[in-house]
Design a protein around this ligand. Sequence first.
Ligand code: BGC
Length: 743
Amino acid sequence: MTPTTPSDPTALPLEQKAALLSGQDFWSTPPVEAAGLPSVVLTDGPHGVRRQVGDLDQIGLIESVPATCFPPAVAVGSSWDPEVAERIGAAIGVEARAIGVPVVLGPGVNIKRSPLCGRNFEYYSEDPLLAGVLGAAHVRGQQGAGVGASVKHFAANNQETQRMQVSADVDERTLREIYLPAFERVVTEAQPATVMCAYNKVNGVYASQHHWLLTEVLREEWGFTGAVVSDWGAVDDRVAALEAGLDLQMPGDHGAGNALVVDAVRSGRLDEAVVDRSVRRVAALAGYVSKPTDGFDADAHHALARELATGCAVLLKNEAGALPLAAGQRVAVVGEFARTPRFQGGGSSHVNATRVDDALSALRAAHPDLTFAPGYALDGAGDATALREEAVGLARDAEVSVVFAGLAEADETEGVDCTHLDLPAAQVQLIRAVAAVSARTVVVLSSGSVVSLEGWHDDVDAVLAGFLLGQAGGSALADLLTGAADPSGRLAETIPLRLADTPSFLDFPGEQGHVRYGEGVMVGYRQFVTVDRPVRYPFGHGLSYTTFETSDLQVRAVGADAATVTLTVTNTGARAGRHVVQVYVATTAGPVRRPARELRAFTKVSLAAGESTTVAFELDRRAFAYWDVREHAWVVAPGEHTVQIGRSATDVVDERTIDLAGDVVVRELTLQSSVAEWFEHPVAGPQLLEGFLATMPEGAAEMHAGMLQMIGSMPMRRFAADFGGAIPAEELERLMAAARAAR
Ligand code: BGC
């Protein structure tokens, strides 16, 4: 839908224009009859519609209109399947139109910098490509259904601790390579109706008033044409925010900010054109308002939520043929989460689900004789020993015990970070006790972020990580356990052995108002792989009930800085399944330290038993580039680049190396540039050397290499002063001009 507006809203009186730039309440913009503008409702998101009517609050305490709770982003990330994200976006769009919501606030594409971030369940991955591809697909789906999206939280919002004050101190290359690309992809590929700025500061400036982020990068570089909306309550200085490029303040502040805007214009401190610019953008959102449709098919959407959830869970381990469960097997189901499912996180994304499936009932349909014991109480009440012993009694008699474990919603909620990765001690004790007596033990995990598997992993035969699968997660898990569906999820985040191994450990969540992104670009698997640190399960890992092989890998360079990749994938097992082909690029070329490998493309293919298919990828220059902080640009370093096919970030099954001509970077030279930079400069270097050697004694040419090592780091200004006679100042000026001209 292309937003249109009835009449020019910038012709309105200043007071009305200012009023249009902030909410009339918690969830909507004010209607402006004079300009034919209806009120626009903006509400959460991201994995279902949370429309509050009547009393309003921000943190999900007040019930909202029933809507389908689709798998949250943590699960969608593990699907590695843009179709899952797109279908969820489309279904949310359909529901939003029925519920009367023109803009749904999502998706969230922030990077999982630490497994402790309390909102990781709302984000896709530790990898920006995966997050960006899924986020763009979600927006395409939702906006294709006529409902505006809001990609959030822009930018570097990677923790909840002090989220409204902390300054994320991130260097330019890290921002460009890790924290911005998912937003960039969503904006450039899917043009979301809105971008929501983050609460935090970025390098000392509130994201809500960050001109570089909101205007230079977002609009001037990426071409964003929609409205920037504040996270709820993120505006600190209303006028500064407006000037920086923030269009809509949400929620309203009872007119206080509007008065400041009017005052700033009247006193000449703010150009009215700035107000008009934002007025046009906010007015354009009215184009998403439509007459509510006639409800939605809740049953069909529940079925969709179930189907999609099966593509999200990750089978981490499966030994001794523990899964799928065989028909007629004596099965013991253990764990309260089997009966009382954990399927979403707490806070603003909390959806009032239309209904909720539990795995216990769904498993009973396939295994009517199964036995069940809760094993633990979610609120910690009751006699823990008695609960455990009851479960162990059932496990002893079973051929296979399925233990449901995980974290409670109260442990993973917006506004708070986690402090550890451990399952509750009672659950760990339960798993170990069951595994000690049961012929086979399967553990099913429900959590919004990764949890530690240490202390029990080796005792059990199979582990299925469901993360949070939405309202149909219980039946989806049953489908996977019984083999009605094949597991095809892959980890979108590393499962470490220890929290202390995680790259951000020493700098999370920061101190004294600052969080230093000290690990730089070495986030998640990028660091584990680069320093070869062992993990429990790597990024990209996941098993199916069938097996896949790849062959015929061909990589061809295209021009100076791109490549094509083709390969064959074969389902070598006995049943149909889906495989994720992961394409990484590894290089040491160039002047900066690169992660040992980085995900640069992926696709998920469905194959019948024995079937083969050819997959092809085009790797553009960004797949090979790093962000050069001296050029403030993407640069492809000349040299070898290895394209690798991985089953995960640590399991490379095939690779080919290509030589890329890359970019010839002609750097600017100044008197502060080092002697080495001058001599190695493609334009100035040869001329300088020639002139320099002419004035030097015999044999100086031979000394040249050694000399460069010794004095190479000396700024030219000092070198020229010391050896003044050798390089006249006018000559340096001439060479600097030549270098500049060649850029
Ligand atoms: C959250 C946003 C959400 C907004 C509205 C904020 O607290 O950070 O993600 O969209 O509230 O509920």
